[in-house]
Design a protein. Structure first.
Length: 96
């Protein structure tokens, strides 16, 4: 039950990131509505460039669902943890 809840939350997170980053999509030559890649998220948010995202570095829906994505509960998000987060279906957005 907890795993399903984490998956649903992760999907909502990724959908939310799509909404937050549509403007950035134009600068990155992405089509609006497509979620940013893990690499793009790290480029935008990894301020200390340590290869991890801390709670203080992330923003938007990623910040709201930080604990749900942090699978090993170390207080940092790795690229692997973000890559394992389910991707939203094309065109889906989180409920407001």
């Amino acid at each position: 039950m907890v795993a399903k809840k984490k998956i649903v939350s992760a999907v909502a997170l990724v959908i939310g990131l799509t909404t937050v980053n549509e403007a950035q999509a134009q600068q990155d030559n992405r089509k609006p509505g497509n979620p940013p890649s893990v690499e793009q998220l790290f480029k935008e948010m990894d301020g200390n460039e340590d290869g991890f995202l801390s709670k203080t570095e992330v923003k938007g829906p990623l910040s709201d669902d930080f604990k749900k994505i942090d699978a090993n509960e170390d207080g940092l998000l790795s690229k692997e943890e973000l890559e394992k987060a389910p991707k939203p279906a094309k065109g889906q957005r989180p409920p407001r």
